[in-house]
Write a protein that binds this ligand. Structure first.
Ligand code: GLN
Length: 483
């Protein structure tokens, strides 16, 4: 039996039928990691002992016929910017190379309480800044579908671990697309829920008004299973409000939930006027056809302000980054220089110069520039106003439409050694960042693979706190693809 090819919900059913034990399943996943991860580099830390101990505990509980959560015994990987107690949390940075998390993130606590099996911590762009994992201090994560390409980012380790059967579900974080973009690169399903649905406590902050934990899995049903567990208000995160739209149980045998009749999708005209990669636009057209064949309405819609999302996102996010990264002073924690220093200034300078990589430094510098005296009016406050405008425009669209549809990313996975400039990388985030700017839930769903094994991700974005509707439409779309 190859358990690792099963969906999480199939594994959960297998436990209940006594088809196999959690220890068997866990060992198979750990073996896969040993065999495949030499080439892929998804994991930074494998928590083998913790996973086996947990698996034995789960088997015992099943044996004793205890009431078990749907997530019990499901093998999970966690992005390495989320704290798991007593395990290294590097954030993909030399700065935290040896940092051991002293507590569990709130969402990790919930996973443990529900008896999920954590296999380890997975790679990311340094402090989640990037879209390829190339900025990670621990090297790039290769794409399991084609090892000459990147897995995407920043949650590239998460998507690759699921895609290569080295975990069934992974937790990532999404500030501007980091859960959805690697999902589209690795042919997995990835969703960022409404801002505030899941506690950020214990997740290293990149840009706090944009960051939200998200989930990567093999299908929509597995996503819902994880969201049910980790959703919720948390007094340790004042911006968390919880979201009943994520805490529910679909009756998956009920066909009416897999229906697209009457659902209205808007496709922004601005996107259609772009010079899209041919393969990507071809797949988008196929997706639109499938939606229509299944009773949905897809219409073009003009949102002029979407032309300004990249500038708005980068100004605001870098501003927040420059302030958030100030905490890495190498006094409370973080890399400390071996160089001799006379003043504390010199110590900060040397430690931070050595500890941070180029992308993090670039963003700290841009953010500091943007927030400094005169520039704050010119850039930061102006961008805040544009954020408001984009929100208004999207809200107007959502009065008439249920969802917005577009490709998740404008191109196929990059070659590992291509020479994209940082600015080209930033510009490519144009389809994913709107959801973070306005706080909407957004999902990437994979189209069937082409002959080269690669797939294009299609993104649906929904109304705030209507995550359940988004999941339901995604289920219906997924089923139409598999018919
Ligand atoms: N690619 C985006 C960026 O580099 C998104 C990052 C993220 O979502 N963490 O900013």
């Amino acid at each position: 039996m190859t358990f690792s090819k099963l969906k999480a919900w199939e594994i959960a059913q297998g436990y209940r039928n006594r088809d196999f034990s959690c220890e068997e399943v866990t060992r198979e996943f750990l073996d896969n990691i040993k065999e495949k991860d030499k080439d892929i580099n998804a994991y930074i830390t494998v928590t083998e002992k913790m996973a086996i101990d947990q698996a034995k505990k789960v088997d015992e509980k099943f044996h004793n016929r205890e009431e078990m959560s749907a997530l019990a015994g499901v093998p999970i990987s966690i992005k390495d910017n989320i704290s798991v107690k007593d395990v290294k949390m590097t954030c993909g940075s030399k700065m935290l190379e040896n940092y051991i998390a002293p507590y569990d993130a709130s969402l990790v606590k919930k996973i443990k309480k529900n008896d999920g099996v954590i296999l380890g911590k997975v790679n990311l762009d340094e402090f989640a800044m990037g879209a390829s994992t190339r900025t990670s201090y621990f090297g790039v994560t290769k794409n399991p579908l084609d090892l000459t390409r990147v897995s995407g980012g920043s949650s590239g380790g998460s998507a690759a671990s699921v895609s290569a059967n080295m975990a069934t579900i992974s937790i990532g974080s999404d500030t501007g697309g980091s859960v959805r973009q690697p999902s589209s690169f690795c042919k997995t399903v990835g969703m960022k829920p409404t801002y505030g649905s899941i506690s950020r406590f214990g997740m290293a902050t990149m840009a706090n008004t944009f960051d939200q934990p998200g989930v990567i899995a093999n299908d929509v049903r597995d996503l819902t299973m994880m969201f049910n567990v980790i959703e919720g208000r948390d007094e340790k995160d004042a911006t968390s409000v919880g979201n009943p739209g994520l805490n529910f149980d679909f009756d998956f045998s009920d066909d009416s939930i897999k229906n697209l009749k009457g659902k209205k999708f808007a496709i922004p005209k601005t996107y259609l006027n772009m010079d899209l990669n041919e393969r990507v636009s071809g797949e988008l057209n196929k997706a639109i056809e499938i939606l229509k064949e299944n009773g949905a309405v897809v219409e073009e819609y003009e949102i002029e302000s979407l032309n300004h999302v990249i500038e708005t996102y980068n100004i605001l996010v870098n501003g927040e980054i420059s302030s958030n990264m100030a905490r890495f002073d190498s006094i409370r924690y973080g890399h400390r220089t071996d160089k001799k220093f006379e003043t504390i200034e010199e110590m900060y300078r040397a430690s931070r110069s050595e500890g941070f990589g180029d992308e993090v430094k670039r963003r700290i510098m841009i953010g500091t520039h943007i927030l400094s005296m005169d520039n704050a009016d010119e850039f930061y406050y102006k961008a805040l106003k544009v954020r408001g405008l984009i929100k208004k425009d999207m809200d107007r669209m959502f009065k008439d439409y249920d969802f917005m549809i577009c490709p998740t990313f404008p191109v196929l996975p990059f070659k590992i050694d291509d020479d994209m400039s940082p600015v080209e990388m930033y510009q490519a985030d144009l389809f994913t960042v709107p959801a973070n700017i306005v706080g909407s839930p957004s999902i990437s769903l994979p189209m069937p693979a082409g002959e080269d094994g690669l797939s294009v991700g299609i993104e649906f974005t929904g109304k705030r706190f209507k995550d359940k509707d988004l999941l339901q439409a995604s289920l219906a779309f997924e089923r139409s693809l598999n018919k």
